[in-house]
Unconditional design. Structure first.
Ligand SMILES: C[S@@+](CC[C@H](N)C(=O)[O-])C[C@H]1O[C@@H](n2cnc3c(N)ncnc32)[C@H](O)[C@@H]1O
Length: 273
């Protein structure tokens, strides 16, 4: 089970990105996306990333009560959930990510900060003494768990949902018939620093490798953060959720900027026994 695996940190980067980075030789310093170095890059980039936020908040609004956010990271979704007026418990495994979330909360207005509880923990194995109107697992973070980890997650989420509550999760995967694919996205972080984000999709292995580094490779060490995760089709997750006693009642297609990959937000409720 890889429930406690943070990222994936393969030592090699696939595709064109890997070949270009190999030319930099020992100037390349590999790191994980959620470690001490990677978390700073992740946070800088994610501050400008509004993907799925509007859709997620729209679904959460239909569920009264406190919200449990799993794999909360540095707060990309936590802050909008708080801004929507909800009490949020934010659970995160990686200490560097959680520390950045705590720093962000520290700077936030008290009316937001006072409604957030943070927990260092594993989303596939935790016990809290309250139940929630919504459990949120955004940003395709379900992909960080293997099959056994996902089964444990579904059981744990069930145990923490209030009656009438919903589990909201997102996933992204290649469309049917897609072949191996590589995309480079040039992005600016909130600091103004420019980055390259490489996505390498391999339908053969059913994986997606995300690699991040600063755009300026002109001199000095180049920190390269990389993570390989499963690309889990919505149908697979719907089947797993059904086997775990959930009924998926909403499947929202999210904007992806192309037609080679699908990104989907699922809303699942516990099936009455
Ligand atoms: C793709 S990021 C998403 C972070 C945040 N939700 C966002 O939208 O930016 C995935 C997060 O899951 C965390 N994570 C990985 N494995 C985990 C686990 N087993 N339990 C809890 N968090 C985990 C990582 O440390 C990382 O912060």
């Amino acid at each position: 089970m890889t429930a406690t695996a943070v990222g994936g940190t393969p030592r090699s980067v696939p595709g064109r990105a890997g070949r270009a980075l190999a030319e930099l030789g020992d100037r390349v310093v590999m790191c994980g996306i959620y470690d001490e170095v990677g978390s700073l890059i992740y946070d800088d980039l994610s501050r400008n990333d509004t993907h799925e936020v509007r859709e997620l908040i729209g679904l959460v609004r239909r569920r009264p009560g406190p919200v449990l956010e799993l794999a909360a990271g540095t707060g990309r979704l936590t802050m909008p959930l708080l801004a929507a007026g909800r009490d949020v418990t934010a659970l995160e495994l990686a200490r560097p990510m959680l520390d950045l979330l705590l720093a962000r909360l520290h700077e936030a207005p008290e009316r937001l900060r006072e409604r957030c509880t943070t927990i260092e923990g594993d989303m596939a194995s935790f016990t809290l003494d309250r139940r929630f109107g919504a459990v949120v697992l955004g940003t395709t973070s379900i992909s960080l768990l293997d099959e056994e980890g996902r089964a444990a997650l579904y059981r744990t989420v069930r145990d923490h949902l209030a009656p009438g509550g919903a589990f909201l999760l997102s996933t992204t995967y290649p469309t049917a018939g897609a072949t191996q694919d590589e995309i480079r996205i040039d992005m600016a972080g909130a600091s103004g620093r420019l980055y390259h984000l490489h996505e390498h999709w391999s339908p053969q292995t059913g994986t997606r490798t995300v690699t991040l580094h600063a755009a300026d490779l002109s001199e000095g060490p180049v920190h390269v953060c990389t993570s390989t995760v499963a690309a889990l089709p919505a149908d697979l997750l719907e089947n797993e959720l059904a086997a775990a006693g959930f009924r998926v009642n909403t499947r929202l297609t999210l904007r992806t900027g192309g037609d080679r990959h699908e990104s989907v937000l699922l809303e699942a409720e516990v099936e009455p026994r």
